[in-house]
Design a protein around this ligand. Structure first.
Ligand SMILES: C[S@@+](CC[C@H](N)C(=O)[O-])C[C@H]1O[C@@H](n2cnc3c(N)ncnc32)[C@H](O)[C@@H]1O
Length: 205
């Protein structure tokens, strides 16, 4: 399989990354704004997040929540497990995972956006979950050892990557034998038009 990337694709990937960074900085700092994707408590309720979890989670984490579904519905997290939350945003999914794995477990939230990481660390401290930590990194080069994770969760993140095959390969590298992956994402049943594929603003949605 060829992995050669043309100059044009390389440039487009850079533009998409910049737009995704910019968009999620807005979500981190101005969650009250309108976005062309679901976010905040209304979205979490729509995706059937447990109401008690939402009440218990710091308001800032819930307000800046962005996702396309509920990866906790199928993750079956258990006490003591090591979990990666890929694209951890302002921390809501990581904090909820932290409650499920308990103090003997560990949740690592990875995000490439420093503003989101700051928010997530503040929210985890507010929630008092010491088993959750946040690391800067990308989903295309997951900053975790081979076969080191029991579970990977992710919510609306893989669709933001220009190199989705690479992301999936990275997930399989980092997951331990017998581990699980539970992610919610967007797929298109039809090939997208060139106009859509080349528009960084649409990638960041
Ligand atoms: C839809 S949000 C997920 C939010 C989150 N699960 C929550 O609890 O609110 C997507 C996140 O993925 C991050 N992201 C986007 N592209 C990324 C990449 N290439 N590597 C790592 N994180 C990325 C964004 O910065 C953003 O915080």
């Amino acid at each position: 399989m060829s992995t050669a990337v043309s100059e044009g694709e390389h440039q487009l990937e850079g533009l998409i990354k910049d737009e995704v960074l910019r968009m999620y900085e807005e979500v981190a700092h101005h969650p009250e704004k309108e976005f062309h994707f679901f976010h905040g408590r209304r979205a979490a309720e729509m995706f059937d997040y447990d109401k008690d979890w939402l009440d218990r989670c710091p308001d800032g984490a819930v307000a800046s929540f962005a996702g396309v579904g509920n990866p906790h519905e199928r993750s079956r997290l258990a006490e003591g497990e090591t979990v990666l939350d890929l694209g951890s945003g302002a921390g809501m999914d990581s904090i909820i995972a932290g409650w499920q794995v308990g103090s003997s477990g560990k949740v690592i939230g990875v995000d490439f956006n420093p503003e989101m990481l700051d928010k997530a660390r503040t929210h985890a401290a507010e929630a008092g979950v010491t088993q959750v930590e946040f690391r800067q990194g990308t989903m295309e080069d997951i900053p975790e050892e081979d076969e080191s994770l029991n579970v990977i969760i992710s919510n609306g993140v893989v669709n933001l990557s220009f190199r989705k095959r690479r992301v999936i390969e990275e997930m399989f590298r980092a997951i331990a034998p017998g581990g699980r992956v539970s992610f919610t994402d967007i797929v298109s049943a039809r090939p997208l038009s060139a106009g859509v594929v080349k528009d960084p603003k649409l990638w960041a949605s």
